[in-house]
Design a binder for this molecule. Structure first.
Ligand code: NI
Ligand code: MN
Length: 228
């Protein structure tokens, strides 16, 4: 049994035998119900350097003593800020005290900060990981890509967290195509309705996915949780 808590935007806290936080964007996120002080995690998985994903990574890693897991460049940046970090790269996997994590590709950017030129923290990534028997795919920010078929074929995905917000990532139509390739048991849409540019109707997405595929969709509001 794992508990999945939606932190808002692309952020999740997953509690089982380990506590895992992904893309903890809380400070400055008006939809978030959690504060960074509330989050303690053994592993902090960060998909890329953009502020709406890197977010409160450093403060959460410092207070909880958890390890940041990401691509090498982002991990080196975190190490330079004094937190524990483990660098990997696309296609590589590693077992962290029983939790197997593999990095997957993502078509996106990874510039950190707000002043041009942005500091580049390597390539963006997604994650396939297994916690307590549940296989979870968090795509990070990405457009649709055909190798999602490979990710779906090589992993029996229980839960897929994929963006539907459009503009910066897949929109709902491409996300439906992603579901057809990934074939997850459950889809949790993310990266929408945090600000006006990425407004979407997740209930229409749910109808379309459940009509065209065997996957179910769980629409989660920030702060809500589910157990599987
Ligand atoms: Ni991004
Ligand atoms: Mn983003």
């Amino acid at each position: 049994m794992v508990k999945i808590i939606f932190l808002g935007h692309a952020g999740f806290l997953i509690e089982g035998s380990k506590r895992i936080v992904i893309d903890p964007f809380l400070t400055g996120n008006s939809t978030a119900k959690h504060k960074p002080e509330d989050i303690n995690a053994d592993l902090i998985m960060v998909s890329h350097g953009h502020g709406d994903h890197f977010g409160d990574t450093l403060s959460i890693a410092k207070q909880s003593g958890g390890t940041v897991v990401s691509v090498h460049e982002l991990a080196v940046f975190c190490s330079s800020k004094g937190v524990d970090a483990h660098g990997m790269h696309i296609g590589g996997s590693h077992i962290f005290d029983g939790v197997k994590i593999k990095l997957t590709p993502a078509w996106h950017g990874s510039g950190y900060g707000e002043k041009s030129p942005l500091e580049y923290l390597g390539t963006p990534c997604g994650f396939v990981f297994n916690l307590d028997g549940q296989t979870i795919y968090h795509s990070g920010d990405t457009g649709l890509f055909g190798d999602m078929e490979l990710i779906g074929r090589l992993n029996k995905i229980d839960i897929a967290m994929i963006p539907i917000g459009d503009n910066y990532t897949m929109g709902p139509e491409d996300a439906l195509e992603a579901v057809k390739m990934l074939k997850p048991g459950l889809v949790i849409p993310m990266h929408y309705n945090t600000f006006p540019l990425i407004e979407q109707d997740p209930y229409k997405f749910k109808l379309d996915v459940e009509k065209d595929t065997k996957s179910k969709v769980a629409v989660m509001n920030p702060g809500e949780s589910l157990e599987i």
